[in-house]
Design a protein around this ligand. Structure first.
Ligand code: ZN
Length: 141
């Protein structure tokens, strides 16, 4: 069953926090998305019901294999669209990324494949690396 847009945002955020910090608590998600703790608890509960995330006794949130698969798919769209807007429109990273993160939920596979092909054909794939690295650099704790 496909998850809704907001569910995808949560899943993507969990995925990125996990990449950066190694573990995820609901307060991290609330901070990242600027949502209240109750909204986060509700959303995580829905993802849990759908079998996409698990919650440990200490409140640590993790993705199931299916959740991780879906999160990776969403982030792949995020990275490709961001790089595409920078490459074609000359947009700054922040603007490109902010719009990409909204469109990633609705872009069709056909368009996404065309975006990927464009980046490859125009040798702009290094932009994708930049976007990915921006999100995966470890934060010292
Ligand atoms: Zn995104």
């Amino acid at each position: 069953m496909p998850i809704r847009e907001s569910g995808e945002d949560y899943l993507e955020t969990i995925y990125l926090i996990k990449k950066k910090k190694g573990n995820v608590k609901s307060v991290d998600i609330a901070d990242a998305l600027h949502y209240s703790r109750p909204s986060v608890s509700r959303a995580v509960g829905i993802l849990k019901t759908k079998g996409l995330v698990t919650m440990g006794k200490g409140g640590e949130i993790d993705m199931t294999p299916e959740g991780a698969k879906q999160a990776k798919k969403i982030f792949d769209k995020h990275v490709n669209l961001t790089a595409f807007f920078m490459a074609t429109l000359g947009l700054d990273f922040k603007t490109a990324e902010s719009d990409a993160c909204k469109m990633e939920h609705t872009v069709s596979t056909k368009t996404l494949n065309a975006v990927k092909k464009y980046l490859k054909d125009h040798k702009k794939e290094s932009l994708k690396k930049e976007v990915t690295e921006y999100h995966t650099v470890q934060i010292p704790q």
